[in-house]
Design a protein around this ligand. Structure first.
Ligand code: SF4
Length: 210
């Protein structure tokens, strides 16, 4: 499992901190391959800060990049601890930090983590993926087992969908740039239009069809 990798733009470095995820999306890239950009991203051994730092240095160090993105083979906010710990060092060379997320972070951790994330990340891209709860559950298949043991009341599918909307609506107060995304081939053109309207009504700065 490689902790840092390139995918497309050479001035952008991606960080792969975990394979854990609270969704099982029907379109997830993990179903069809073990990695991206020639890097093996599948694996159970998650990095601590020292290992993540080694991986980034092997790619030239944080000052080598315009943008560093938390986006790997799982939901990065499962590693909130690492995102927070690495923030100052990753920013030390001037790079902007972006988080690609499913928006479940507050439910994963059983508390409001928006301020912690906002202090550690400059830009956020949130996978909205669907125009309503029923379609989200159909396409993204939240894995409720993943939320067990976090304390608090049991997490339901409705709570998971609501958490995505809540994340997008509160994100502009914490991040300088908020993007909501959908996977184009999974939705009809009409559904994409509804997603765009929903994302912008929630307060996202941008909407992108992946
Ligand atoms: S949220 Fe992302 S990593 Fe998780 S299953 Fe969906 S596409 Fe894959």
């Amino acid at each position: 499992m490689e902790y840092a990798y390139h995918y497309g733009d050479p001035d952008r470095l991606y960080l792969n901190a975990t394979n854990r995820c609270t969704n099982r999306c029907s379109f997830c890239v993990r179903a069809g391959s073990d990695g991206l950009g020639g890097a093996l991203l599948r694996g159970a051994e998650e990095p601590d800060f020292a290992r993540l730092r080694e991986a980034v240095v092997r790619h030239g160090g944080p000052g080598r990049f315009r943008e560093i993105v938390w986006c790997g083979y799982g939901e990065p906010t499962c590693r909130l601890d690492l995102i927070v710990e690495a923030a100052a060092w990753l920013r030390s060379g001037g790079a902007k930090i972006r988080l690609d997320t499913n928006g479940h972070a507050c439910v994963i951790h059983g508390r409001d983590v928006m301020a912690e994330l906002g202090a550690a990340v400059d830009r956020v891209s949130v996978s909205l993926n669907a125009p309503d709860r029923a379609r989200y559950l159909q396409l993204c298949l939240p894995d409720l087992e993943q939320f067990r043991g976090r304390g608090g009341p049991p997490v339901t599918a409705a709570v998971v969908w609501d958490s995505v909307l809540d994340f997008i609506s509160r994100a502009p107060a914490h991040f300088e740039e908020v993007q909501a995304t959908v996977v184009g081939h999974a939705l009809t053109p009409g559904e994409i239009d509804k997603c765009r309207s929903l994302a912008l009504a929630l307060g996202a700065h941008r909407f992108r069809v992946r």
